[in-house]
Unconditional design. Sequence first.
Length: 244
Amino acid sequence: MNKKLLIASAAVALFAAGSAQAAVIQLTGVSGIWTATNPVSPAVSGGGTNEIRWGTPAIFGGQQSGYRFDGSAPPAVNVNENVDFNLGTFTHYNWPIFEPSLNTAQLTVETNLTIDGMAETIYSVFEFEHWETPNNDRPCADGGTNGVGVNRNGCADRVTFALNVGASDSFLIDGVNYFVDISGFFYNGALASEFWTKEEKDNDATLKGVITSRPVSVPEPSTLALLGLGLLGFGVRKRMAKAA
């Protein structure tokens, strides 16, 4: 290959590589608070915090049932584009209780990120429906046998969760659009909308998100070709000047 063409091609490659340099993305903070419940306080306590509780313990040494959300940051963690990352953990504490019980709850999650040093915040709202099933039913509410499997300690309770606001957001930084998608809750490694929890046990689901990006404008191939020809012409002129 002609030496000047090789130099020009290398310059074009460097230009393209520089324009595609990956941003430094960090998840700096995640917090969640329960912003609404049905029924309200005092039947359900903890509104406005990351943990709510309800019910009167039905067994000696028992506890109230409850929901809790724990954010995965701080400390800050690096995030890679196109790879799911953890935002936090939702926990259901299931204990035999007497009514009143929770029917619905709303969780607001605040996610803080930095993208190449630029701070961004996303608010996502999740709706939860709770089914506090009768523990002595036969069969149980899930159709299973009482005393077996998930119903081993009495009939399991169901939690249903759905994202209703803030499923995604985008930010324009240095000519690149960054799209932040709050994927939802994952249970047993898969995106889920509900789970069943054994009595006297805890059950967890992980909230995940993913970040993708797309440049607002990318140099056309013809533009890159013209740049290469310009560099090549510059080299030819320089050589002719030396010969003169």
